[in-house]
Design a protein. Structure first.
Length: 189
């Protein structure tokens, strides 16, 4: 048993043989003092302590705190449904950069993942290419679809590719002449 515990975590064996490390705090003079139960309760917060004071096992404490912070399974499901609806209706905003869009998209998909709704990477790639990018990106979308295998295309690679394209487009706009003259054709009699 000793060798197994040492193999898992060397410091754990020290705790088994000598007891838990004392939890300390610094007093007003900066000297380390052992924390009392009241200190730990104060750090936990009165509401948190009230929630768990009647719990008799670590499992009950865990379940109580999980429901308090994450919600019941019904609440989680409702939030998941709402977030999935936002995912389905996700679009790039007017004037938003690719990086800003990707940050919002990643946040949304990560929240879905934390609620148990995992979206495959190939589905994310397809969604960005076919439903998120605006119409004027059509030529770039077609070029990516024809040159790459969409099933194996990594999301990060796609984002780097379209970010580079976005930067090229911005650079070309900056380089274009400011005062363009239009050519008017006159009708000869």
């Amino acid at each position: 048993m000793r060798d197994h515990i040492i193999g898992e975590n060397y410091e754990l064996w020290d705790i088994v043989t000598h007891g838990p490390l004392p939890t300390t705090k610094k007093n007003a003079e900066g000297v380390d003092m052992t924390k009392t139960r009241a200190d730990c309760t104060a750090e936990l917060g009165p509401d948190e302590y009230k929630r768990i004071q009647s719990c008799t096992t670590a499992k009950k404490i865990s379940d109580t705190l999980q429901v308090a912070h994450e919600g019941t399974p019904q609440v989680k499901r409702s939030i998941g449904t709402l977030l999935y609806s936002q995912y389905e209706n996700f679009t790039i905003k007017e004037g938003e950069t690719i990086q800003e869009m990707y940050t919002r998209f990643s946040t949304l998909t990560n929240e879905l993942k934390s609620l148990g709704r995992v979206i495959l990477e190939e589905d994310k790639v397809e969604k960005i290419l076919t439903r998120i990018l605006p119409f004027f990106w059509e030529s770039k979308i077609t070029a990516i679809q024809e040159s790459k295998n969409i099933v194996t295309l990594k999301l990060d690679e796609l984002i780097r590719n379209i970010t580079a394209y976005e930067l090229r487009r911005q650079t070309m706009k900056m380089d274009s002449p400011k005062n363009e003259r239009s050519l008017t054709l006159m009708k000869w009699p």
